[in-house]
Design a protein around this ligand. Sequence first.
Ligand code: PLP
Length: 403
Amino acid sequence: MRCERLISGPARKVSVTKITEMRRMISQIQQSGKPFYSFLVGDSVFPMPDYIKYREMEALCLGKTKYTHPEGIPELREGVIADCERQGIAGFNEENVIITDGGLEALYLAFKTVCDLDSEVIVPSPYYMFYPDQVKIAGGIPKIVPTSFAQGFKLTPELLEEAITEKTKALVLNNPHNPTGAVYTREELRTLAEVAKERELLVITDEVYDKYVYEGEYICFASLDPDLREQTITINSASKRFAMSGERIGWAVGPKELISCMINLKNYTTYGAGSVAQWAVAAALEHPEHTAEEIEAAIAAYRIRRDLMLKYLDNLKLRYVRPQGAFYVFPELPDGLIIPGYEKKDLSLSEKFAFYLLEETGVAVAPGIDFGSGNHIRITFIVDEKTIKEGMEKVGNVLADLK
Ligand code: PLP
């Protein structure tokens, strides 16, 4: 049977990310035993805090391994509410919370909840690579809004205002930002909130890197003003915060009409998030003091690694916006680079450079095209210092040879 003809239109439209291709290439390098240096993925390199491990083992031993309801266990939803209160969002109850399989599922359920066939969702670019296609899968239209280097790759109220049409339903905002590392100030968020309020726009705000701020201050968007609670879905997750990305626990908080629709959709997909991991995260959110030290240690280490990475980029004279948070820096590739063997290939510079770099040196960086810019690469700076030193020396050698 020709299976290809069975694939639906929407499934065909979803892109295969370049990072996925790079991962395949990396496994080949791994199998061949050659050294490689990965700056590709954004997974915390520290283990998950001991307290969470113990609570998870306890849940397992107590047999808490059965189905949970689609909205998540009450203990974790209460933990999320307490966490919101610490972030400055008061007044939510359990009806305002859904527990999901990672922040990614929370995003998808939010898009699925608001998108009709012609609904537009504003996606500032550069963006976290899954937003546009998630909006498409949900049936909507991603309205990509380019931001500028001069503005630190941040959305401005003017750009937001210009992008709104009668079809616009929502804006997806990411703070701290992947891939640029930008962190919005209170004032910047306030001006965006004003436009959102005036134009009755839902703001889906992805704050999964909330703890990882090295300069400036993280401000939770919905905490700016009590009115925003009714027009914001705040998304967060245990993946980055507690270094437990494989356990797939995330959550969304927002207006109960929208959250109850997300819960209903979840009913038809995975039914509920993993039970044992929910108990572990519930304990972590109930007692933040038990994980604070390990999280602080990771943040301190990442700050040092970021600074080391930026020194290399400065020596290479690459242009970038200084990352204030998250795990990444997004440098621009020099103009006029010709990549040997790739001259005739119909690919963006970011792909040509990333593929060539990996083939020649075993260094993996993410092509910026996945994030909306074909002239940039995304480099994860939280890896250990030896990898940064050895990997970035190799990047420098390749750039010198290409010039
Ligand atoms: N949002 C952003 C900006 C991310 O970078 C990621 C993961 O890298 C996610 C959401 C998804 O996180 P989770 O592991 O909770 O699904």
